[in-house]
Write a protein that binds this ligand. Sequence first.
Ligand code: MSP
Length: 649
Amino acid sequence: MEKKPKPAFYITTPIYYVNDVLHIGHAYTTIIADALARFKKQAGYDVFFLTGTDEHGQKIEKAAAEKGLKPRELADMVVGRAKDLWKALNISYDFFIRTTEPFHEKGVQKVFQTLLDKGDIYKGTYQGWYCVSNEHFLADDVPLENDGTKICPECNVKATVVGESSYFFRLSAYARPLLDFYEKNPNFVRPQGRMNEVASFVRGGLKDLSITRTTVKWGVPVPGDPAHTIYVWFDALHNYLTGIGYDWDLGKFEKFWPATIHLIGKDILRFHAVFWPAFLMAAGFKLPVCVYGHGWWLKDDAKMSKSKGNVLDPYAILKPFGPDPLRYFLLREIPIGNDGNFSHEGFIHRVNSDLANDLGNLVHRTLTMVRSYFKGTFPELAAEGADDRKVREGFERLQATVFDHYSATAVNRALEEIWVYVNTVNKYLADNEPWKLAKDPAQKPRLARVLYQAAAAIRGITYLVYPVMPGSAEKIWDFLGETEPIQKTTYSGLTFDGLKPGQTIKEPVALFPRVDLKEFLAEEAKPTVPVKPEVKKMEGTMDIISYEEFKRMDLRVAHVLKAEKVEGAQKLLKLQIDLGTEQRQIVAGVAETYKPEDLVGKKIIVIANLKPAVIRGVESAGMLLAAVVADKAYIPFFTDDLPAGAKVK
Ligand code: MSP
């Protein structure tokens, strides 16, 4: 019999700007997408999860210039950090799209040309107030300030007047088709309130949209008119097509387009729910099923953003806790459509109460008892009594409810229900007192039943929390003696008695240690390396620097791919190095100590964010570290098999 193909599920995050490092707000979108992607895989879908970076435009051009870098260099650096962060958060994306990839640029130009040929793009002149921070023209109804300028209401920064020859997209022609589409697809924008917002904006009338710039060099050139670059939002939105194969893997594209869900923050709803479907309609593509606008994480009641200086670094939590407590907290604390205030107190409370006390204890004490009373394998079980049946039936109900909540993107509701059940099982143990049953050998089958029931419930709970806490779930799954990876079990194949009495339970380790709030806050407030005033300078050393200053150096493990002499320079070698995410050329004054062949294949340390320089006419994008003794350089080599790009700190 032919196997039925799995239904497709295509989920995207916004592609993040590369002007700066990512904070907890960005991590939030990506974590939601990851949890939904993992759940859909459990539910039997063929999932494609896309994320990436938005690398063109004035914002990036400006940020790079401020740092003395080329835009591409800044982008490469931020992309490396973004990928590190997604790894640290256990994000299972299928593809990372960068808008500077040639296949993306070609795809954007192709759509642009199609619209030009159709007459949906035409050339004219534009004059308006432009916000560089979010790369858009302000709406006409934004009032003038006393000084005659305008402030962008979204970013709270001063806008500038921009007047230029420009290509326009005929957005005005799409107001009616968009309204008809919204009417036929009332769930196109979710949550519902946001659909109403969008529809009333469109009902107010749409003006044609300027979609090129002559003032911005760092962008995709307009086909046939390279003095113009394509507006960064037109460019960026098309990542959702190019990221799944348009126009380079049409099989994949056919399979996954249209997107099932574009997950975005509410700040960029208009781009996704008005402009994007209009572009797609004009070019003849199918429209996405849903645009989900989630709420914001606030700090001290303001949206976390770099310009406000209130961003939280995810590593401050990831380093001590690993990814799961943060994933759990962000998804549990608020419904996805709402805003939430991030507080360390709230976070620690969740870790201690939900994770350490409720789930952690349940797992630890149950599995430890199975180990100590039965050496890890259940003997014959007594028949299920009414109390035991409640645990089983409770799970069966939970499984269905959680399925519905995850399917409806109500992740916090799914977690709430799971925790109600966790506490039912905790109460079941407290009521049945297995530690007392263990004292009476005649009660062995009863004891086995109670512990089996709890362990089977834990197995089910583990499966249900997997989308949110995949790392912890995999560990518990392993403690339970499961031999197949958790990902192999499908949602419909999950049953309470999937726990086979014959399998051997392993010794559990504590997953979520309790944390003392005061100690945590004190630790957070401390500089990572205390600089004591009494630190004495070594002779000949320079000024003491803070750890923050040290951290600005991006030191990486580099693999030397190629080395050669620099003509006319006795001391210099030119090296081609691999930094994991890219290859670069650096020049080093080490020719008096090493021959080129001494260095090929070696692993060295390189400062990756040093301003590029031209040395004796040769470009050098970084510098290796070496000790210098009597004017000769000695390079420290790693002998361990370290990956290129690994951080050195
Ligand atoms: N590059 C555009 C998106 C183009 S998509 C075709 C962009 N990038 S961004 O780097 O500014 O990231 C925007 C997204 O990050 C938001 O839409 C939201 O998903 C997420 N968040 C940024 N700050 C946030 C909070 N404080 N809280 C929650 N999410 C936040 O816009």
